[in-house]
Design a protein. Structure first.
Length: 317
């Protein structure tokens, strides 16, 4: 797991009152609004400092927003306003930065950080919980919000399959990798964590559950470019079968003049999948409804059960 975390700045002494903090935030907003007018006069060193400070500001801004929303939720402000609102609507109404959808993601993190009350348990990232290490990393501007969101989603999927004693170690791993700032890296570590900390007795249950939830969506045609989008999720076994079948057909093919294959890797994979389907249909392995049973595969091409029987035993055409 390659990790390149940044070192967060000292958040300050904490001696400022909330009125002082609010005034400084407003001053910061005013300063940011003038950056584009003044940046032309900056030296190279000042440009580097600006990039660094703006990055720190963005991280701390996200962390502070989560803290503010969390406090508002604890006080019940969204529901207690003159017109009761959902937390996401309350944020979207107050901040032009957010739509309801983006505000919902902030609410999700803030709720995970909430301490327990009489009516609700502690959130997964709250103090005293296994995920506290990630919660502190988010509030301390060590883990960017997008990485924190991905880490929470990944742990929700992973935790039921982990040995209970190793759940805190998994949270620590997500906090460490999340500090690198790349959500893709956060997504990649779940298989490794399962291999290290997973419950062996859950492996078969997991694979069976994956097969039950496999799907291939209906194609959605883009009205602009005419491309049809599909979504697909497969079990590990099915994915291995598909990848093995695609492998040879995905390799680059030289052009007529011997030049390099101009197709991108994703395009070659799409072409390979269609070629597999074309070959299957050409050889007669086409799924249809059997008129005598109401279900089944019709066809006798390679791969069909009938094709593996001796000729005398094959059903008459």
């Amino acid at each position: 797991m390659a990790v390149h975390p940044s070192t967060p700045r000292d958040p300050g002494s904490g001696d400022l009152g909330i009125s002082d903090v609010l005034n400084l935030v407003r001053d910061c907003t005013a300063a940011l609004s003038s950056v584009r007018q003044e940046v032309g006069a900056a030296t190279e060193a000042q440009l580097l400092d600006l990039v660094s400070e703006l990055g720190e500001l963005a991280l701390w801004s996200d962390a502070a927003e989560v803290a503010v929303v969390g406090d508002a939720l604890t006080r019940g402000l969204p529901a207690a306003s003159q017109v009761p609102l959902s937390p996401a609507d309350w944020i979207a109404t107050a901040s032009r930065r957010h739509t309801r959808g983006s505000a919902s993601r902030v609410v999700k993190i803030a709720e995970a950080l909430r301490s327990p009350t009489i009516t609700r348990p502690a959130g997964a990232l709250a103090p005293g919980q296994d995920g506290e290490v990630l919660g502190e990393a988010i509030l301390g501007a060590v883990v960017p919000l997008p990485c924190g969101q991905v880490a929470m989603d990944e742990m929700r999927r992973l935790a039921p399959d982990l040995q209970p004693a190793f759940v805190p170690a998994a949270w620590e791993a997500y906090a460490l990798v999340g500090a690198g700032g790349d959500p893709r890296e956060v997504r990649r570590i779940r298989p490794e964590l399962y291999a290290r900390f997973g419950r062996p007795d859950r492996l078969n249950d997991r694979d069976e559950g994956a097969r039950k939830h496999a799907f291939l969506s209906t194609g959605a045609v883009d009205p602009v470019d005419g491309l049809t989008d599909y979504r697909m999720s497969l079990s590990a076994e099915s994915a291995a079968i598909l990848e093995a079948a695609l492998d040879r057909l995905t390799k680059p093919q030289p052009g007529p003049d011997g030049g390099a294959d101009p197709r991108s890797y994703p395009t070659r994979r799409a072409d390979a999948l269609i070629e597999l389907v074309r070959r299957a249909t050409t050889h007669g392995v086409v799924p249809t409804v059997a008129p005598d049973t109401g279900a089944g595969l019709q066809g006798d091409g390679p791969g069909h059960p009938a094709a593996d029987r001796p000729a005398a035993e094959r059903p008459a055409a």
